[in-house]
Design a protein around this ligand. Sequence first.
Ligand SMILES: [Zn+2]
Length: 226
Amino acid sequence: MSNSEARQRARGDVVLFSRRMQQEHLTYWTGGNISRRVEGEPHLFAVTPTNTPYDTLEPDDVCIATIDGEVVDGRKAPTSEFPLHTLMYRRRPEVGGIVHTHSIGAMTMAVLGWTLPPILTGWVEATGGAVVTARYSRPGTEEMADFTAEALADRGACFLRHHGLLAIGADLHHAYQAASVTEGAAQVYLQARAFGPVPELPEEEVRWIADDWRAQWKIAAEASQS
Ligand SMILES: [Zn+2]
């Protein structure tokens, strides 16, 4: 695959997953953003533009930028939360995709500043375990990237205080899985609390299931070496 084909493919994936984010009601209006690295050029990534309704998004609207923050191609400016993406890709070379959503369950957890405990097997497989709320920071600042780095040390997702959710993965598929499945788990947790204390999975089970989540990073590392 040539570099220009790889860039177009990355743009196409950003459009595809943006549409999914809208269809699954993981955001409202133009909120949230999505990015993925360009195959063969890991210093580049494709990212959603600012202020563009997702149902009108076309591949050429998607920006191609360097992980240092320089836009190299695109007819629109990148998302206002651009530093969240550049800093994450710079700090975590193993991260290949990022999904940021404003979904109801995640926003509720983020407003309350709660931790989502390990309650469902499919969700532990998608995130690696309990998901915490990162300390409050202003949207679009480097501080937000600092605070989320702590919360994402060994997890596929975290809540952003008074804001929404941030998910990462070895590729966009895994990042989106973490964002989508966390939303379902957050809604289940909030409903289950109405009936009393919510039972958690035993620690041993969480560790065992989380191995499936960790496998994505090993597979990606092996693929990049071959
Ligand atoms: Zn946001």
